[in-house]
Design a protein around this ligand. Structure first.
Ligand SMILES: Cc1cc2nc3c(=O)[nH]c(=O)nc-3n(C[C@H](O)[C@H](O)[C@H](O)COP(=O)(O)OP(=O)(O)OC[C@H]3O[C@@H](n4cnc5c(N)ncnc54)[C@H](O)[C@@H]3O)c2cc1C
Ligand code: SF4
Ligand code: SF4
Ligand code: SF4
Length: 404
């Protein structure tokens, strides 16, 4: 029977919940707002399936295989604008739906909680576009995937690498049936849903009608904004240096414990597609002029024959360029290989303060200061004068990734 003694050993994928034959396991939030499985000892029959399916307890060794790599930018301007980077996810999903398939992804449920669910119509794919930087609730979605596969439907499941590996372990042989495609992202980490809820309460965001973690509408891809819309009008539109929630995410204080020792960071994955950002196409190809960098470009690795079969349909939707897989993972790919470093003392201080006064902790740890306001003003000025990408590139070259 699954028992979580060390929280860093549970990524919250929910494979154990979905496999339990007696429905003995339920996911409950802990005091930090992360979901963990709790088994009912009365219902448990001791079959051991929950422990056997767990992708953290039973890591799959990385196996080198043939890969293809592409830079992609969706040709539909509306799709591209709504997507986090180049909209490659939508191009894959459109191809699966054209085959009569079903697409699972992270969208919003009631109260803007992030949940995994499915859609069957291309018009509904917009719900999954744009990265939600918070852990999603998978609920019964793995069981639903199994149901569709058993009914002979094509399925695309998109999510973080641990979710994809948890799903594949849960499905066993059914996952290799040819009907399932999986797309994972290069994943920095997931913050706590409770921290997001606290932030939204702190800014008094009642009647939320829109929430976008990487909104490109105002300043484009390279300086995307965290946007909250209430009653149809904009309540917050802030960049990475000013927004309290993004600063909390990138500071690393409020991440799921398993993310600091993530077992799913690797180049050779079990998914069919891996998607991530491309901040500077000129690093990867001499043919970069065909892309509009400021609109967003996705880097994509293809890991499987199933993925290669879908490729012509994906490429038909996108401006694209094939690149070397070795080059694709050479630059700006730290999160593919290295977990976020944990500052144990600062994390402990943050969670102590958060336990006492959640909103107060966010204000104390991520205050709006003259420095953050000045930096935001400088970024906006650089953007308006057209030198933003140059300044951003120089900053990264000399200082690397900034600490927040
Ligand atoms: C939590 C998270 C962390 C990430 N960290 C990095 C990183 O460090 N470096 C990097 O280069 N790229 C990272 N990405 C990937 C990047 O943000 C884009 O998702 C990627 O470039 C694909 O963009 P797109 O335009 O093709 O897809 P989009 O149209 O933006 O589609 C978004 C896709 O992400 C999935 N998704 C969205 N939110 C979640 C969530 N909370 N949990 C699971 N799946 C979700 C959707 O189901 C969909 O498949 C991260 C994504 C997420 C969700
Ligand atoms: S041991 Fe079997 S019955 Fe008990 S919780 Fe795990 S999967 Fe369920
Ligand atoms: S990692 Fe997934 S399968 Fe393992 S205990 Fe956590 S929720 Fe269950
Ligand atoms: S960092 Fe690793 S453990 Fe955390 S959500 Fe991403 S894949 Fe899962």
């Amino acid at each position: 029977m699954i028992t979580i003694n060390d929280k860093s050993k549970c990524c919250g994928c929910s494979a154990c919940v979905n496999i339990c034959p007696t429905v003995a396991i339920t996911m409950f939030p802990d005091e930090q707002g992360f979901l963990y499985p709790v088994a009912d000892t009365v219902k448990c029959i001791g079959c051991g399936k929950c422990e056997a399916v767990c992708p953290v307890l039973n890591p799959t060794p990385e196996r080198e295989h043939e890969q293809l790599a592409y830079l992609l930018q969706h040709k539909d301007p509306a799709i591209l604008r709504e997507s986090t980077s180049g909209g490659a996810f939508t191009a894959i999903a459109q191809a699966v739906i054209r085959r009569g398939g079903v697409v699972f992804g992270a969208g919003y449920g009631g109260g803007f909680r992030v949940v995994h669910r499915y859609v069957e119509d291309t018009a509904e794919l917009r719900a999954f576009r744009n990265s939600k930087y918070v852990q999603s609730d998978k609920a019964g979605s793995f069981g639903e995937v199994r149901g569709f596969l058993e009914a002979g439907r094509h399925v695309l499941f998109s999510g973080t690498p641990c979710e994809v590996e948890g799903l594949l372990d849960f499905l066993g042989d059914l996952g290799g049936s040819g009907l399932l495609l999986t797309a994972d992202v290069v994943c920095r980490a997931v913050p706590s849903p409770l921290v997001l809820r606290t932030y939204l309460k702190m800014i008094d965001a009642g009647n939320i009608t829109g929430l976008r973690f990487r909104d490109k509408r105002k300043y484009g891809y390279l300086y995307s904004q965290f946007v909250v819309e209430c009653g149809g009008s904009c309540r917050v539109s802030e960049g990475i240096e000013t927004n309290t929630y993004l600063r909390a995410f990138y500071s690393g204080v409020c991440l799921r414990p398993s993310c600091y020792t993530c077992k799913f960071r690797k180049r050779y994955r079990r998914s069919d597609f891996t998607l991530w950002d491309c901040w500077d196409a000129s690093k990867f190809t001499g043919n970069h002029a065909k892309f509009t960098q400021s609109s967003g470009i996705t880097r994509m690795l293809i890991h499987s024959e199933k993925g290669r079969e879908l490729l012509p349909e994906i490429l038909a939707q996108c401006t694209h360029e094939e690149i070397s897989p070795d080059v694709a993972v050479k630059y700006d790919a730290r999160e593919m290989f290295e977990p976020v470093k944990k500052d144990g003392e600062r994390c402990a201080r943050f969670w102590r303060a958060f336990g006492d006064d959640p909103e107060g902790a966010l204000r104390e740890f991520f205050p709006k200061t003259l420095k953050t306001r000045l930096e935001a003003a400088l970024r906006r000025a650089a953007f308006r004068t057209g030198i933003y990408s140059f300044v951003r590139g120089m900053y990264k070259r000399f200082f690397g990734e900034r600490k927040r």
